[in-house]
Design a protein around this ligand. Sequence first.
Ligand code: HEM
Length: 145
Amino acid sequence: MLDNHIQVVEDSINQARNLKSLEELAEALMTNFFTRYPEAEACFQGFDLREVGPLKFCKISDALLDVLKNPDYSQSSVSEEVWRHQIHQVKDKEYYFALSDVFVETIKSTLGDAWSAVHEECWNDTLGGLKHNVTLAAKEHLAAC
Ligand code: HEM
């Protein structure tokens, strides 16, 4: 990955964090995700979303940055997470795709007019990297994939 990608992606997350609180970003993330996949709410049964939502936002942010900064680590940590998440009944790679897509949409809508074609390109490459790692992990760990 190009250094420029890391800077563009990291700066855009920081910009979003300056424009909205972590709680607001997390609420937008989880609300949009559950609008797309209402059945996924069941995975969070027993968890307080006001508590785990902000954590989820940070974990996905870290996972996306790892794709750029630590590609080898990204592949093994995504594999571990996909394996570990079976305990939360996350058994389809589409949920990982959707949650990471919604993460980027949350950054995009928060940046508004400041979002540019460069953001679009760098984020698409980053998302592609994460989805590639999720696909490899799903083939390894999830029977349905
Ligand atoms: C790129 C996508 C994702 C990343 C990087 C990620 C990362 C993590 C991490 C690091 C944890 C804490 C440790 C653990 O239990 O493994 C966690 C917990 C959890 N994840 Fe994810 N996750 C992702 C996607 C998902 C999806 C798609 C769902 C559900 C549809 C989900 C549901 C949960 C739940 C219910 C927990 C337990 C509550 C919590 O500790 O937050 N995750 N996730």
